[in-house]
Design a protein around this ligand. Structure first.
Ligand SMILES: *[C@@H]1O[C@H](CO)[C@@H](O)[C@H](O)[C@H]1NC(C)=O
Ligand SMILES: *[C@@H]1O[C@H](CO)[C@@H](O)[C@H](O)[C@H]1NC(C)=O
Ligand SMILES: *[C@@H]1O[C@H](CO)[C@@H](O)[C@H](O)[C@H]1NC(C)=O
Length: 286
């Protein structure tokens, strides 16, 4: 397999990152169900869409924006969306957490509630807009984000397991991490179960990425997320695969690897490069 770093260089050499997009990132004003003045919505809709396209919501890190996430955090995702026919949503917030700007609400009184009117609900409203407008596939809705975007990904999967088929958290933290730390995987799993006690369907799959040298969101949150979802999904650690997707990474499989996967990134800091292919394959989109 070609290491991701080589692929990135080729991309730049051929100017792909700037030129292959068929469409443009566009702001949507009339997404409706707008419940908070802090939220905005941008979308990337490929010029050619298959019937019932999949949808991926990509919340930004703290201090981020839709535009910055589109061009820098997930710079190749739009070209995959063109190829695979996926509608991308780039929600954005001007919320403040711990004096940091443009952060998703991961700890307010409504953060972990369904229909509590917090950012999780706002993002789901944006997804519902896209599902209706583009007749998208309700069975193939995903979310992925880095840092604060990874934290809200955990919260979205916990509070709206009926909306999502899967998620991926980069350098993030489990649902409930804004509250006092839990001491067991089961206690982290309880956060997920309590978020929607009546839920009895199939929970979304989860992929978690974290660098050991992360000084912004400590590496310990990697284990907490894996514990949370291992418990909530009922899958136990099964094996490590070293050097996957590239040298320095260890893929940690849970169960048969289809429900939960961790990626330990040795000596990687807070920015884990967005590895589109392992993500899109895990989601079943390529
Ligand atoms: C807006 O938030 C309130 C709670 O603050 C909630 O009762 C209501 O259902 C929310 N509406 C929408 C459309 O999300
Ligand atoms: C799951 O929940 C739905 C909706 O509340 C309910 O109709 C259904 O009977 C439940 N199924 C099981 C197996 O409990
Ligand atoms: C799997 O890899 C992780 C990350 O390197 C490590 O912490 C863990 O001990 C490994 N588990 C086994 C059974 O080798």
């Amino acid at each position: 397999m070609i290491p991701a770093s080589v692929f990135r260089c080729l991309c730049l050499a051929f100017g792909l990152a700037d030129t292959v997009y068929g469409a443009k990132l566009t702001e949507v004003k009339d997404w409706g169900g707008r419940n908070s003045s802090t939220l905005s919505m941008h979308i990337y809709v490929p010029n050619v869409l298959p019937p019932k396209p999949a949808v991926i919501a990509v919340p930004h890190p703290c201090s981020g924006s839709a535009q910055n996430t589109f061009s820098s955090v997930t710079p190749r995702l739009a070209s995959y969306a063109d190829k695979l026919g996926i509608v991308l949503i780039f929600p954005s917030t001007t919320g403040v957490v711990n004096t940091l700007r443009n952060c998703w609400d991961d700890r307010g009184p409504n953060a972990l509630k369904r229909n509590g009117g917090s950012d999780n609900k706002g993002i789901v409203n944006q997804i519902n807009y896209v599902l209706a407008k583009y007749k998208a596939d309700t069975g193939r809705v995903f979310t992925t984000g880095s840092s604060s975007g990874g934290m809200i990904t955990n919260i979205l999967l916990a509070t709206y397991p009926d909306v999502f088929a899967g998620g991926a958290s980069f350098s993030g933290a489990p649902a409930g991490s804004g509250q006092p730390a839990r001491t067991s995987a089961q206690a982290w799993g309880d956060v997920v179960r309590i978020a929607y006690p009546e839920f009895n369907g199939t929970r979304p799959k989860m992929q978690v990425w974290h660098g050991t040298a992360d000084t912004v969101v400590p590496y310990q949150y990697f284990g907490h997320q894996l514990g949370q979802w291992s418990d909530a999904l009922g899958v136990k650690f099964s094996k490590n695969v070293t050097g996957d997707p590239e040298a320095g990474y260890t893929k940690m499989e849970y169960g048969d690897g289809t429900k939960l996967m961790g990626y330990h990134a040795q000596n990687v800091g807070h920015v884990v490069p967005s590895p589109d292919e392992p993500l899109l394959k895990f989601f079943g989109l390529m």
